[in-house]
Design a protein around this ligand. Sequence first.
Ligand SMILES: [Ca+2]
Length: 342
Amino acid sequence: MKLAKILATSAIALSFSGISTLALAEQKETQTFEQWLVELRIEAKDKGFSEQLIKDALLNLKPYPKAIKSDRAQPEFKRTFVQYSTKRLSAWRIKTGLKMQKEHQELLEKVAEKYGVQPRFILAFWGLETNYGTFTGNNDIIRSLATLAFDKRRGKYFRKELFNALTILKEGHIELDKMKGSWSGAMGQGQFMPSSFLQFAQDFDGDGKKDIWHNQADVFASIAYYLSHFGWNDQQTWGRQVHLPENAKTWINDVQAAKPEKGCRALRGHSDKLTLAKWNELGVRRLNNKDLPSVNLTATLTTPDGLHGPAFLTYGNFRTILRYNCANSYAVTVGLLSDKFK
Ligand SMILES: [Ca+2]
């Protein structure tokens, strides 16, 4: 808004110099989706995408109004942790997960061995992201990404993802009409954004395609490779729910970590990394009030609903879970669900 005013007051000066900066700025402000799309197609051509692909994917494209609406109301940020987690740790999700664990045991173990991620965590991501592959989203990915790329809020980010999606099509991993996913552009059974696909998707069955939409082997391996890339340690778990002592509010501020400026915002509410011995000394206990395990591990404390809500000590793998989705509610729920598959 401020910028528009400044531009307006300097309009006369600009007109004297013959520069049409203002006109350009105004045009951008009022550009229709169709006009924007014309520019996008030119850029796609410049980037070397074929005429055919551009025609198929970007010619008769219409925006999804609901993508913008959903972008402004993500559930991880609107509900309390307890509401979020209770809903997702449903009897159905646990029971189905146990069934899937049996059904896919051999494949999960092969993937686990290659990438160093315990099967129960692969299952938990799969179960939470898409109900074990049964709900992967029915939106056309190109259309969703174009809608969000046209939108002002995070247009630059989604424009990049849109070109990444075109690259996936160009490489032939999936056909355009089958490239479906969430309103936000997350695709397939592990809900990978196109950039994550290009970096992490795996062709585990070796058929030449990274098919994270339909192929179980590729789905599991892609999730596992993503986690291993971000430092997963299969000798450790994610963390645990703990019991805080009555006097926790007297020391909680003393153990609060400095807010990280970059990276995942969810880490801002975490404590310093302290050893389990130190947490034990502070009076933190297992849920059954027994001492914490006497292993040489550091952990950060997080209380997603504040000091009166549930408390969790989290290990290194928890940070890796946050790389998948930067929300404490999500990461703790992945951990709790994985515990059901032990
Ligand atoms: Ca494959």
